[in-house]
Design a protein. Structure first.
Length: 164
């Protein structure tokens, strides 16, 4: 589907300095960037943004901003980055996803994610590495939501979902 203008990237990180750094690097590389300070805001953007969102760049660890009482009626819960990617793919079928983390081995294993199964950006990263991975990922077919849960075991683990 042809689009006018640069690809749009949604950046999600609970650390404002990392989110701003990603935004600055990607804007300088010619991308349009939306940013969210957590998964709840990112899900709202995925649902309510009228334009295209071509790629989700999200931290794998997205702790809730504060303690909240659980509510099954919340359409935009606080979830970790892998669950955010899964939910975002169900909202936007043409979305591509890159996960990032500062502790690659522990974080991927903790969520049952195989390194080769998804584009992954280890922190810290070089600006050119971020831009190259984004460009490469934009030229691949979008994953299906089902591909994000294959090989994961399907069993939720502690910390999979935080509600507010």
């Amino acid at each position: 589907m042809p689009q006018s203008g640069p690809p749009t990237i949604l950046v999600v990180d609970d650390e404002p300095t990392i989110a701003m750094l990603c935004k600055l690097i990607l804007e300088r590389a010619g991308f349009s960037v939306l940013d969210a300070d957590g998964s709840s805001e990112a899900l709202k953007i995925c649902t309510q943004h009228e334009g295209t969102i071509d790629l989700l760049l999200t931290d794998l660890n997205l702790p809730p901003p504060s303690f909240q009482l659980a509510s099954s009626a919340n359409q935009f819960p606080h979830v970790h980055g892998h669950e955010l990617a899964l939910r975002a793919l169900r909202i936007r079928k043409d979305l591509r996803v890159i996960l990032m983390s500062g502790n690659i081995d522990q974080d991927l294993a903790g969520y049952g994610i195989r390194l080769e199964s998804l584009p992954f950006l280890p922190k810290p990263f070089e600006p050119q590495g971020l831009v190259a991975l984004v460009q490469k990922t934009l030229h691949t077919p979008p994953p299906s939501a089902e591909s994000f849960i294959e090989g994961r075991g399907g069993t939720p683990t502690v910390g999979d979902v935080w509600f507010d």
